[in-house]
Design a binder for this molecule. Structure first.
Ligand code: HEC
Ligand code: HEC
Length: 306
């Protein structure tokens, strides 16, 4: 008698597991998935600039799919582009800025939902905040939290590992504050000096090609102003601390030359052995290579007409 007990328990347990798995598959609804869409996807997949026209901000839009058609196929997770993107069987893998991607557990929820026929669930799921709303009025310093969504929506699809162009263009990643500020190859952002920041020059179109590379549309004036303020105020991190100046870091900027020597209002300090190539004159488009000095100004080592 005594050793029958465990066997019974095992049977009950197995029955429970089977029951739980079935219930699980049937009980996943859009309402359970909406928080994942809203935290991991709608940063990009919402509003009129949603990639491939795929908005993931409401049940109706998820079911509607992209300009290529539906991304979920009732009862068939493997044939559903949504699952293929989450698993990385279709590239680029989603979410675009990953890693981190979704956990196996989270992906399994999407699969269970599709297997169950994509039930909507609680009708009261709040639609995601539309991301194309005007930028928040920022009192006090602009922090990385304010500008990161712009980089995520408009830049990170290329400036990331395995993005639209494969490796990040120029080795430049825009997926985190550390990467955005990294002076390892050269500084593209000089905290406190927007004019010396190639990132700012590229979004304004002072430096070519203008960014985002797939524009127009380019960034709105409000978005550009916010990024310029962020850089000029010292590129505060999400906690509001200014970022350190990359003293001595290499720098490469492009723009229009004026006088001796300035590019679009950025006054350069000529190095003792300043090298000047192809005799640029005022008004010429030039490439400047130099270094960041300890006061945040730029020492020019080479000026070349382009
Ligand atoms: C940083 C921006 C960004 C984020 C975040 C993001 N995506 Fe995407 N997504 C894109 C871009 C850009 C494309 C177009 C890529 C291409 O050209 O193949 C895309 C394409 C897709 C496609 C392909 C549509 C089709 O018809 O082929 C699916 C599905 C998709 N995303 C799902 C998701 C899901 C689900 C999430 C969240 C878990 C997510 N994405 C997060 C930018 C993003
Ligand atoms: C469609 C892909 C794509 C998108 C989107 C994109 N870029 Fe680029 N980016 C490129 C390419 C390609 C280059 C190299 C261009 C060249 O100089 O030939 C580049 C170069 C740059 C550079 C120069 C890097 C250096 O080392 O000097 C900066 C800065 C930059 N991008 C910033 C941005 C910002 C900011 C955004 C978003 C507002 C953005 N990019 C969006 C493709 C992209």
């Amino acid at each position: 008698m005594i050793n029958r007990v465990p066997i019974t328990s095992v049977c009950v347990l197995l029955a429970l597991v089977g029951w739980a798995a079935t219930v699980h598959a049937e009980s996943v609804t859009y309402a359970d998935l909406a928080p994942i869409f809203n935290t991991r996807c709608t940063l990009c997949h919402a509003g009129s600039s949603a990639p491939m026209g795929l908005a993931l901000d409401s049940y109706a839009n998820v079911i509607k799919g992209s300009t290529n058609g539906p991304v979920v196929r009732r009862g068939d997770p493997e044939a559903s582009e949504l699952i293929r993107r989450l698993r990385g069987t279709s590239l680029p893998r989603m979410p675009m800025m990953g890693p981190p991607f979704l956990s196996d557990n989270e992906i399994a929820k999407f699969e269970a939902w599709i297997e169950a026929g994509m039930p909507e669930g609680a009708a009261s799921v709040a639609a995601a905040e539309p991301v194309s709303t005007p930028l928040p009025g920022v009192d006090g310093p602009v922090t990385y939290t304010h500008v990161a969504p712009i980089f995520a929506r408009r830049c990170a699809k290329c400036h990331t590992d395995n993005g639209l162009m494969g490796a990040p263009p120029e080795g430049y990643r825009l997926t985190s504050l550390e990467h955005t500020l990294s002076p390892v190859e050269r500084a593209r952002v000089v905290p406190g000096n927007a004019a010396a920041s190639e990132l700012v020059r590229r979004i304004r179109g002072d430096a070519r090609p203008r960014m985002p590379f797939d524009g127009p549309p380019y960034l709105s004036d409000e978005e550009i102003d916010l990024i310029v303020r962020w850089v000029d105020e010292g590129a505060h991190d999400a906690q509001g601390n200014p970022s350190p100046l990359p003293v001595g870091a290499k720098l490469r900027v492009h723009g229009r030359l004026s006088g001796r020597w300035a590019v679009d209002g950025l006054q350069l300090q000529p190095a003792a052995r300043l090298r000047i190539d192809k005799s640029p004159v005022s008004g010429d488009y030039v490439e400047v290579r130099g270094r960041v000095l300890s006061d945040g100004t730029v020492e020019a080592e080479r000026i070349r007409r382009r």
